[in-house]
Design a binder for this molecule. Structure first.
Ligand code: SF4
Length: 414
């Protein structure tokens, strides 16, 4: 695997973000809001909040493999082993009085002044935030979004738009300031620019060989998640894009000797990101793209129409859609990235972002004539992931794809 030089700039960008969050919490330089990953962060930034993302906090614990220490503490509170392991690791860490943000001076996640959710991704985020609302006596507000949407309708957009607008007054009250239209437009512009640049970065993986993989993308998407609405995000993605374009021009492969190309659907297995990346590279297989990383490429945000465009983007998100538009989306991705197969991660505690349970892998194979593999695992709970089983399954899949490719080229040379 070839590490991207931009990783240094990424670390500096993320460090600066975590330090500013710690400053807000410890030195009261700004009010603190917690927000779900696809929540209305532009509004929060325009009101001057420092914004913490519990999903990012939980992913840090997953990547550091500390989540398993915290899960039982939340289970003991009556939060099932079957529900979101982001939720249970985050609440468990709070109960243990620990945080991966300790390196930035925070013993726990930064104390919130308000919690803001959007249920477009799942109900768990609301349950998660309401736990903290009760524990910390902090207001919880949010958007109750429709899910499993076929075509996004004007009435869906109207409903979410009205809900977003109704958040302004309570959030102004917590922030102690009035919403300034110019600040909202600036946050929207920064979000749109970051999303477009991020989408373009991901799109470079359509080149052969691909200059980045899904595993790189899962790390480099950090600013697209936690710095949406801030100019630091587009600044970082300009640096990353320049490096990726250079790689494409010089044919520098993320996976040296790239032979097979795959698409990943579903959540990452954070505690095995490096191990999986190494394993695929060993098989000269590049996992070139994913639904997950592309979920933060909201290209259609419009500063001139902030409420409706945020509403539309949150409704059009892959995770909020029904099976038919999801399948159409994957079909487009398979074609665009020209992949040999699709891996579906069946994330044990996240049915919301697992597309394996209602026959989709079989339908994708039938419709596109492309092999699929279902990999059992979890986003944070490593008890649901077996290294041996994953290796056996991936190795078998790679062999199957290699044989299929050999048969195609033999037919072609006859
Ligand atoms: S989408 Fe899945 S992983 Fe994300 S918060 Fe919801 S249940 Fe958890």
């Amino acid at each position: 695997m070839t590490e991207l030089a931009s990783t240094n700039a990424l670390r500096a960008t993320m460090d600066a973000y975590y330090r500013s969050l710690a400053d807000a919490a410890l030195r009261k330089t700004a009010p603190v809001a917690w927000c779900t990953s696809a929540g209305p962060v532009e509004l929060l930034r325009a009101l001057g909040f420092a914004v913490h993302f519990p999903e990012n906090h939980a992913a840090m614990m997953g990547a550091a493999r500390t989540a398993s220490r915290y899960l039982p503490l939340a289970h003991a509170q009556g939060y099932s082993q079957d529900i979101c392991s982001y939720l249970t690791s985050d609440i468990g860490a709070y109960l243990a009085g620990e945080s991966p943000l300790k390196a930035y001076g925070l013993e726990r996640a930064p104390a919130p002044d308000v919690l803001v959710f959007n249920t477009n991704q799942c109900r768990d985020v609301r349950d998660w935030f309401e736990w903290y609302g009760r524990e910390l006596h902090v207001p919880v507000v949010g958007v109750h979004s429709p899910r499993s949407i076929d075509d996004v309708t004007e009435s869906d957009i109207d409903s979410v738009t009205r809900q977003l607008e109704s958040l302004v007054a309570p959030l102004e009250q917590v922030a102690g300031t009035r919403l300034d239209d110019a600040r909202l437009m600036a946050a929207m512009r920064a979000s749109r620019d970051a999303a477009r640049l991020w989408g373009t970065c991901l799109g470079t993986a359509s080149a052969r060989p691909a200059p980045l993989t899904f595993f790189d993308g899962s790390i480099h998407m950090g600013p697209a998640v936690v710095l949406r609405g801030s100019d630091d995000a587009p600044a970082y993605y300009r640096t990353l894009l320049a490096e990726l374009e250079q790689r494409v021009e010089n044919r520098v492969a993320a996976v040296p000797g790239e032979t097979l190309r795959l698409y990943w659907d579903g959540m990452p297995v954070w505690g095995r990101l490096r191990a999986l990346s190494t394993m695929f590279a060993e098989f000269h297989t590049a996992v070139v793209a994913s639904t997950y990383c592309n979920s933060w490429a909201f290209a259609d945000l419009d500063p001139a129409e902030p409420w409706r465009s945020v509403a539309r983007a949150s409704l059009e998100l892959f995770i909020a859609r029904s099976e038919a538009p999801k399948e159409r989306y994957i079909a487009r991705m398979v074609k665009f990235y020209d992949v040999d197969g699709v891996i579906f991660h069946d994330c044990r505690t996240c049915p919301n972002n697992s597309n394996t349970r209602y026959g989709m892998p079989g339908r994708i194979t039938e419709r596109l004539g492309i092999p699929t593999l279902v990999l059992d695992g979890d986003v944070n709970d490593l008890r649901c992931f077996s290294d041996e089983q994953a290796r056996t399954n991936i190795e078998g899949f790679v062999e199957q794809l290699t044989d299929a490719r050999g048969a195609t080229s033999a037919r072609g040379s006859r």
